[in-house]
Design a protein around this ligand. Structure first.
Ligand SMILES: NC(=O)c1ccc[n+]([C@@H]2O[C@H](COP(=O)([O-])OP(=O)(O)OC[C@H]3O[C@@H](n4cnc5c(N)ncnc54)[C@H](O)[C@@H]3O)[C@@H](O)[C@H]2O)c1
Length: 452
């Protein structure tokens, strides 16, 4: 263990709570702070407010051992970790209000000699301009009295514990001494390698990672659009292109979601508008994918104003998180166009919906499909892959827009469905709804073996 003994973690969500539990497991005396009564009540009752099994297990163990305690007001500690949300507002500017209120409430508890770490994904300069400034206001010199750092989190939900423990960390200090101290701290409970740098470089590195993902997914989505028009299947072509040793085209889909990839590029776009037009275009392409899928379903015969079944609310398969998901964008467009809907998801229980609308969220697929004129597949939940045409027989029209390429397309076409696949021209069965140009024949892929 490093020289510290006690840690206060502010913000007990998807990142802060497992971090707090892992610190407790490593022997630190940990106090978790959150503004949410729901979270604090659960923790005080010995329960985990997060459902991910491995996270729930370590949280319950940490609470039972007495190493982890929780409350709504920060307690003094050797180390403070701030891990609160950093969303964008409706106008896509960074909303740092929760970072500000978290550090303002915490700063009076920070004493000389403490280590203060911001983990929230943040615009470049936030550690200096918000964290250090608040400490200074409370009479501490952030360069000499305390050690101030930025250390972004990179966890992949669903594998949170493994990723916190094993991912390499970028540790950026306001001073080299602060970075070195934080490096030793992370090394005391994580197995990945912590790499030290300055705070601004660490802030930028996190934004760079997610912008890289967003731009590459946008590129795949543009390839998908070209394939839809050219009458070929983008999946086949990506398979061919990725045989190049230095090419790795990502997967197209109905958009990107979560609290990171669709959010973080905006922090760079806001701060550097002249030089980030590529990022802006990528954002618009990815956010336009849900509408494009619906447009293509309408071309295939889907009548506006009818009921549609939306399959999947989560932004990624087999996850219970719907934040910023393509489904949320889709519901806004469905509302504008006068559709009613039912959203099926086996895991999600909370869904953000347009003003004045109902979520109509169910874990009963039959209920969602009943009376729908089309099904739109938005999330790659593994169980959707096994769905057969019979399951969709309760629909009033035979249109399926497959935003994730989950279905065994030929069996649906044989059963008379019109399938609108992302990245390929639509395929219609004998009694399919397609008409006009949109009912293109897709050529079958000619596979040429390496010996040809
Ligand atoms: N979830 C991820 O997979 C992930 C991955 C990498 C980075 N991040 C980043 O980590 C940060 C936290 O994300 P998250 O997913 O854990 O968020 P979250 O919404 O799951 O949890 C944040 C918690 O902070 C609490 N909170 C808000 N304001 C507070 C305040 N003033 N004082 C105390 N608590 C407060 C909220 O009640 C909530 O419980 C964000 O900046 C996010 O972008 C998240």
């Amino acid at each position: 263990m490093s020289m510290e003994r006690s840690v206060t973690v502010v913000g007990l969500g998807y990142v802060g709570l497992p971090t707090a539990a892992l610190l407790a497991r490593a022997g630190y005396s940990v106090f978790g702070v959150d503004v949410s009564d729901r979270i604090i009540d659960a923790l005080k009752g010995g329960e985990s407010p997060l459902g991910e099994p491995e996270v729930a297990q370590i949280v319950c163990e940490a609470l039972a051992s007495g190493q982890l305690k929780a409350g709504k007001v920060a307690e003094p500690a050797d180390v403070f970790i701030i891990c609160v949300p950093t969303p964008v507002r409706a106008d896509k500017t960074a909303d740092l209000s929760m970072v500000r209120s978290a550090i303002e409430a915490t700063a009076p508890k920070v004493k000389k000699g403490a280590l203060v770490i911001l983990e929230s994904t943040s615009p470049i300069g936030t550690t200096r301009d918000v964290i250090a400034a608040a400490l200074q206001k409370n009479g501490l010199d952030p360069y000499t009295d305390v050690d101030v750092c930025y250390c972004p989190e990179r966890v992949f939900p669903g594998a949170t514990v493994r990723e916190i423990l094993h991912n390499d960390r970028v540790v950026g200090g306001l001073t080299p001494k602060a970075a070195e101290r934080a490096r030793a701290f992370y090394q005391s409970f994580c197995e990945g390698s912590p790499v030290t740098t300055d705070a601004a470089s660490a802030e930028f590195s996190k934004l760079m990672e997610n912008t890289y993902r967003d731009v590459n997914i946008a590129l795949a989505n543009v390839f998908a659009r070209v394939a839809e028009e050219a009458g070929v299947d983008v999946q086949d072509v990506i398979g061919l292109a990725n045989r190049h040793p230095r090419v790795n085209v990502h997967s197209p889909g109905p958009g990107v979601g979560g609290h990171c990839i669709p959010v973080d590029p905006w922090f760079l776009i806001e701060s550097f508008p002249q030089d980030t037009k590529l990022f802006l275009q990528a954002r618009n392409i990815n956010d336009g994918q849900a509408q494009r899928l619906l447009d293509r379903a309408e071309k295939a015969g889907l009548a506006r104003g009818s009921k549609v079944a939306v399959l999947g609310a989560a932004y990624r398969g087999d996850l219970d998180d719907s934040r910023e998901s393509p489904t949320e964008l889709l519901l806004g467009i469905l509302q504008e166009r006068g559709y009613s809907w039912s959203v099926h998801d086996p895991y999600v229980t909370r869904l953000h919906v347009p003003d004045g609308a109902e979520a109509n969220l169910t874990d009963n697929l039959d209920e969602a499909l009943k009376g729908a004129s089309a099904a739109l597949i938005m999330t790659d939940h593994a169980r959707y892959r096994a769905l057969s045409p019979e399951k969709f027989s309760v629909m009033t029209q035979k249109i399926i827009a497959d935003g994730r390429r989950m279905l065994h397309e030929s069996s649906f076409v044989e059963a008379g469905f019109t399938v609108v696949p992302v990245g390929a021209p639509l395929a219609a069965g004998a009694d399919g709804e397609a008409s006009g140009d949109s009912k293109k024949e897709r050529p079958s892929l000619r596979v040429i073996s390496s010996s040809d």
